[in-house]
Every structure is written in structure tokens, then in C-alpha cells.
Design a protein around this ligand. Structure first.
Ligand code: GLA
Length: 377
């Protein structure tokens, strides 16, 4: 981390010609262990931050201009706080602009700043580089303007920036874990009440992420379609249970009581969400009891449910998960994040990580003719 800090400060000096008053802020990407597509259904999630970050070097300005340099793209962008407009050319800029806009909408007054942005969260891999950028930028605005913002509120500001300014209808999981997570711990989040709890991960296992390197297709439209299908399920169920606000309010038994009233596809979408919420709660019990075998089983069940009921997996993700089935040193594996490409998350016995990496890469290449990338959380 320190070399990045020095590196980014040097870039700052080159780009802006000064170095005094520069502070470096950072926020991590994330991997979700279990609880997929539950956050926007008011449900439970269990992500953990990864050891990859977005860094922002920032210095305050006296006027209301924000100058930005994205070191990894070698691109500059400038905006003024009183005239924030969506930028179609430099899409990365919108995460910073969105955060600034929502902060001001929430009544915070901001001054301008000069920024350099860099990071090592793989882009477009479903590891939440955008949430990490939002949280790192927010930390810069917060510190340089002496704002006091609770970390849960910070997560919701990032979510609003993404929903209302960037135009992605995500839930709160990614920003929440980037804001409040701790390395080496999972965080159980109740996305309705915002209650959250850090839980130690079993040190005998390593969280290993495998990237399909597959470009995610139609992700946003399919994501929004899934959200709409969940809302449709709730609307139908409300005919009988007016007190229901979200799929989170249903147990599997209750869902079965009204099963025949739901259209075919909606049945499966609802079943995924309802069973996945229960799996998160069960998985937390396993973590606390040190039962990693059962935790792993729940990960495989989650994958099957995402594959067949929620239909957000893809062949590349399935090849990766299926390849682990014969590896007795892998407790569990599943797709992680929104799906349609991106990464799998694997729980691997510590002393077998090297073996896992070489075997999974080989099997993936044999199954897809593509080369996977591997990261440790
Ligand atoms: C994306 C969204 C999250 C969450 C996941 C699916 O990462 O940003 O809010 O919905 O997909 O679990």
C-alpha cells in the first residue's frame, strides 16, 4: 500500500505541479461470500472486502472546480460543483460527480479539489471498483470539507449516486462493505434495517477469486429485469398479505402457500431470493460454529439457485464452479456479484492454494479456451 501512496503522490505533483496539502484516501473492492440479489429485496448479504483498492490523492482548492486525473486511463476531466452534468466520454468521472452531487443535495457544502485516481481493483469483473471509487472519493470530500458522515450514511450516498446519477439500479451491498468492512472478516448486513455485524473468517481457509475474464453482456438490462420481477412477485403476494413489503418478508413455507398464484418465471425468481436469504443466515451460523464444510455446501446451493432459478450465471461461471466439485480441498464455490460473467468465489484450504490456482486455470482453459485470472481476497 505504501508504494502506491508514494506513487500516486508523485503523479499528483507531475500533473498539478504542487505537492503540499495532498492526502491519500482509499476504499476496497469486495467479494460476496453468499447472499446474491438479496440486497434490493431488503434481505441479507455476507460480503468481505478484498485486498485491492481505489486510491484518491486529493488537495483542496479555494474555488468550486474539481480537477481529476485518472492515472490508469491517463485521462483528465474537470467539472464545477455548481454545474454537474453526466459525462459520456469519461464514464469513471461520473462516480465522483455523482457523490459530489448527492452530498450537496443532502445539505453539505463542498469546496473544489484536485484529484488523482488510481487502483488495482480489476475493472468490469464484478468486484465493485465503482463502489470503491465512490467511497474513496467520498472520504476525500468528507475529510477536506470537515464533514461528519456516519459510515452507513456514506454507503447510502454512494448508492444514491449510482442509482440517481450514474443510472445503475444497484442495492447497497457494495458501498456498505467498502465503507464498513474489515479485511479478514465477513460482514453480515441486514439491508432493511442496516444492522450489521463483522464475523471472523476461518483462518484455515483462503478466499480465492477466479475471474472468468468474460465481458459481461446485457448485465444492466438483465439486472433491472430481475429487480422488476421481484417487485412483481411482491405485488401479487400483497393481494393476500398486505403487510408484505419485500421478498425478505417471506419464508419458503409462506411462498409455497401462494405458489400457484405466481407466473412461472416469477415463481423461480422469488424462490431464489427467499431461499438465498435463509442460506445467508444458515451460513453465518456455520461460520460461527467453524463448520466450513456446511458453509461450502450452502455456497454450492446458492450457485445452483442463481443458475437455474435466478438465471444470472453463464457457461464460463458454471465451468469454474463445476471444476471445483472434485477438489476435496475446496469447501465451496459459487458465482459472486451480479453475474453474467465476472468472478467466482472459492473457499480453499490454505496450504492448497497454489495447487488450486494451477488446477483451476488449467481446467478453465480446457473448458473455455480462455485464461482465468486469480486474486486472493
Ligand atoms: C451488484 C449490485 C449489488 C447486488 C449484486 C447482486 O453487485 O451492485 O447491489 O445487487 O449485484 O447480489
Amino acid at each position: 500500500m505504501n508504494h502506491v501512496k508514494t506513487g500516486i503522490q508523485e503523479v499528483f505533483k507531475e500533473v498539478y505541479g504542487y505537492e503540499s496539502g495532498v492526502t491519500v484516501y482509499s476504499a476496497p473492492g469486495r467479494v460476496n461470500l453468499i447472499g446474491e440479489h438479496t440486497d434490493y429485496n431488503d434481505g441479507y448479504v455476507l460480503p468481505t472486502p478484498i485486498d485491492r483498492y481505489i486510491w484518491v490523492a486529493a488537495a483542496p482548492r479555494k474555488d468550486c472546480s474539481v480537477r481529476m486525473y485518472a492515472a490508469d486511463f491517463q485521462e483528465n476531466m474537470k467539472f464545477t460543483l455548481d454545474a454537474i452534468k453526466y459525462n459520456t466520454k469519461h464514464r469513471w468521472a461520473n462516480y465522483v460527480q455523482g457523490v459530489a452531487k448527492i452530498l450537496m443535495e443532502e445539505g453539505h457544502s463542498l469546496r473544489g479539489m484536485d484529484l488523482v485516481i488510481t487502483g488495482d481493483v480489476p475493472l468490469g469483473a464484478g468486484l465493485s471498483s465503482s463502489a470503491a471509487l465512490e467511497m474513496a472519493a467520498l472520504r476525500a470530500f468528507q475529510d477536506l470539507n470537515k464533514l461528519s458522515i456516519d459510515p452507513v450514511d456514506a454507503a447510502y450516498i454512494g448508492k444514491r449516486a449510482e442509482n440517481e446519477f450514474v443510472g445503475v439500479q444497484c442495492g447497497v451491498m457494495d458501498q456498505f462493505v467498502s465503507s464498513l468492512g474489515e479485511h479478514g472478516k465477513a460482514i453480515l448486513i441486514d439491508c432493511r434495517t442496516n444492522d450489521n455485524r463483522l464475523i471472523e473468517l476461518d483462518p484455515a481457509y483462503c478466499v480465492v477469486i477466479v475471474n472468468t475474464m468474460k465481458v459481461r453482456e446485457l448485465e444492466d438490462s438483465a439486472y433491472n429485469e430481475r429487480r422488476a420481477q421481484c417487485e412483481e412477485a411482491v405485488t401479487i403476494l400483497q393481494n393476500h398479505c398486505p403487510e408484505v413489503k419485500a421478498l425478505r418478508d417471506f419464508s419458503t413455507e409462506q411462498l409455497l402457500n401462494h405458489w400457484e398464484e405466481l407466473p412461472e418465471v416469477i415463481k423461480r425468481r422469488a424462490r431464489h431470493v427467499v431461499t438465498e436469504n435463509q442460506r445467508v443466515l444458515d451460513a453465518v451460523k456455520c461460520l460461527e460454529a467453524g463448520d466450513m464444510e456446511m458453509f461450502g455446501e450452502l455456497m454450492y446451493d446458492s450457485h445452483e439457485s442463481l443458475r437455474h432459478d435466478y438465471e444470472v450465471s453463464c457457461r464460463h461461471l458454471d465451468v469454474l464452479v463445476d471444476a471445483t466439485l472434485g477438489m476435496d480441498y475446496v469447501a465451496g464455490a459459487r458465482m459472486t456479484g451480479a453475474g453474467f460473467g465476472g468472478c467466482t468465489v472459492n473457499l480453499v484450504e490454505n496450504d492448497k492454494v497454489e495447487k488450486f490456482i494451477s488446477e483451476i486455470k488449467e481446467r478453465y482453459f480446457n473448458g473455455t479456451a480462455k485464461r482465468a485470472e486469480v486474486y486472493l481476497a
